[in-house]
Design a protein around this ligand. Structure first.
Ligand code: SF4
Length: 201
């Protein structure tokens, strides 16, 4: 199944790599990131599990990590500057069998960066992110990823209690902008590392 998804991502002009383990995924990330790059990030449990942050520190890269900001203002500035980096690292909420990325953001910085700006985008995703189609991707986000993520972030949304999307109007809502990346105009700008493990939400 993973091979079929990889083939379809390639048909959509995204480069795709297979990693059997988190360690292999990390080695591939380091291979894809040139020394002295400026790097931005989307919030990602997968990247934390892969251990990417400590590894990149050693690679003489300039890291823009909004999670390390001291204030809300600085946090937003880092997110904005992250749209102009050399390399942007994140995961995808879902990847369809026919090679599309399905994501829903709260702030929108991640889907913006995947779409336009950074010279190279590296997406790391476990096999648990593979879904049948776009509808399956949205279903996965609303009823699997978002409730767990909202809980992790300490948000007071109804899905934290019910475990499924209630299409809330909460000020804490984390699902605001849905973007599907299909065929890409710039071949190889988006690089997907598919890991043969369950990772992230
Ligand atoms: S829209 Fe609201 S209830 Fe639905 S998954 Fe997102 S945060 Fe949770």
């Amino acid at each position: 199944m993973i091979k079929a998804v990889m083939g379809n991502l390639e048909k959509n002009n995204m480069r795709c790599f297979f990693a059997e383990t988190k360690e292999e995924a990390l080695a591939k990330i380091l291979d894809l990131v040139p020394e002295n790059s400026t790097i931005g990030f989307g919030g990602s449990k997968t990247l934390e599990q892969v251990g990417v942050f400590a590894a990149l520190e050693k690679k003489k890269c300039k890291i823009l990590d909004w999670k390390r900001a001291d204030s809300k203002e600085e946090n937003m500035e880092i997110r904005k500057h992250s749209l102009l980096v050399d390399v942007y690292l994140c995961s995808s909420n879902a990847i369809t069998r026919d090679g599309k990325l399905v994501n829903i953001d709260g702030t929108g910085n991640r889907v913006s960066a995947i779409t336009f700006g950074p010279g190279k985008v590296i997406i790391v995703a476990g096999k648990n992110k593979i879904v049948e189609n776009e509808e399956g991707g949205v279903e996965r986000i609303r009823n699997v990823a978002a409730p767990v993520n909202a809980k992790h972030l300490g948000r007071k949304t109804p899905c934290v209690i019910t475990g499924k999307c209630m299409d809330c109007a909460s000020k804490d809502r984390i699902c605001c902008t849905k973007v599907v990346h299909s065929w890409q105009k710039t071949p190889g700008r988006i690089n997907v590392i598919l890991v043969d493990k369950d990772l992230g939400y």
